[in-house]
Design a protein around this ligand. Structure first.
Ligand code: FPP
Ligand code: MG
Length: 300
């Protein structure tokens, strides 16, 4: 499968996998795939080839994650800020993504066999129509799968995500009372609705910033910043990141449990008004995806 590579492992890599698997494995890993262009420069290749190698590395990394039993990966593929890059680079990135999604849709059987669910987090309306259609189709096609969750943050920033959630509440929450506006209600209006917070965040290339990525969701996440550029990342970086997670777990587990319990408490305490509002928001979101994905067939 092009999306999740079936990697071959050396005996010592398998051994390292088994050792790390003796400890808790993060359920959800978030990745900021940074350093593609600097990698391209060091390798004397075109910028866009650097991005292409970045995509290949994501496929390889998803193979490692599947092997290790990680259930969910969220990759930051395109920030809204990236629209400020040169039109040539933006357009080349859109083209790579389009080709990758076209291939992905052709691999329907393999995606179902592996139980892969794909979700795009971001403001789809900012993207070229064809990409919106392909992405909606991929999301709908895999919506029943539940073995490995791949979330691709595309045309995404946290500030836009939170602003969008507030707009949804203002536009569609006419029946809500002030006390209905809880953290849980806002969380359910984010692009990450129903997605558990990441346990581990990896940002490559030596930058130790969040760059407007999952700022609502990362409050109790372990952060790991390897210096290597994304396309050059190896299995050992991932294993070291997981080791950092295992080491930190003892000190943060109480905090994480407290957050999870408070979330469960506020969910169970949700008013009927809030539940109806969220149900309506869900229906509208899905209708929009169906409309976008079927728009493709009009031109066929
Ligand atoms: C960051 O490196 C990378 C990006 C902005 C693009 C990442 C895109 C891909 C890996 C391909 C598309 C992926 C999917 C999942 C469809 P950079 O450009 O900021 O490089 P630099 O930090 O060296 O300047
Ligand atoms: Mg960068």
């Amino acid at each position: 499968m092009t999306l999740i590579r079936e990697n071959e492992y050396k005996w010592y890599e398998k051994l390292a996998f088994n050792v790390i698997k003796c400890g808790p494995i993060p359920r959800h890993i978030a990745i900021i795939m940074d350093g593609n262009r600097r990698f391209a420069k060091t390798e004397n290749i075109e910028k866009i080839e650097g991005h292409s190698r970045g995509f290949d590395k994501l496929s390889e990394c998803l193979g490692w994650c599947l092997e290790l039993g990680v259930k969910e990966v969220t990759a930051f593929a395109f920030s809204i800020e990236n629209f400020k890059r040169s039109p040539e680079e933006v357009s080349a990135l859109m083209d790579i993504t389009k080709v990758k999604f076209q291939k992905l849709l052709e691999e329907k059987e393999r995606l179902h066999e592996n139980g892969v669910r794909i979700r795009i987090l971001g403001n789809l309306a900012l993207l070229p129509e064809e990409l919106q259609q392909l992405m909606s189709e991929a999301m709908l096609m895999t919506e029943q799968n539940n073995n490995l969750f791949l979330n691709i943050a595309f045309a995404y920033t946290s500030r836009e995500e939170i602003t969008n959630a507030i707009q949804t509440i203002c536009q569609e929450g006419g029946n809500l009372e002030e006390e209905d506006i809880t953290e849980e209600l806002v969380a359910q209006c984010l692009y990450t609705k129903d997605i558990k917070n990441p346990d581990l965040l990896i940002r490559t290339s030596g930058e130790s910033r969040l760059s407007d990525f999952l700022m609502w969701q990362l409050s109790s996440t372990v952060l790991y910043f390897p210096k290597t550029f994304w396309p050059a990342i190896t299995i050992w970086h991932l294993l070291y990141g997981i080791f950092c997670y295992q080491r930190s777990l003892l000190s943060i587990s109480g905090y994480k449990t407290a957050i999870e319990q408070s979330s469960v408490k506020s969910q169970s305490g949700m008013s009927d008004r809030a539940k109806i509002f969220l149900h309506n928001v869900d229906m509208k979101r899905r209708d929009r995806l169906v409309r976008l994905s079927s728009a493709k067939h009009k031109g066929d």
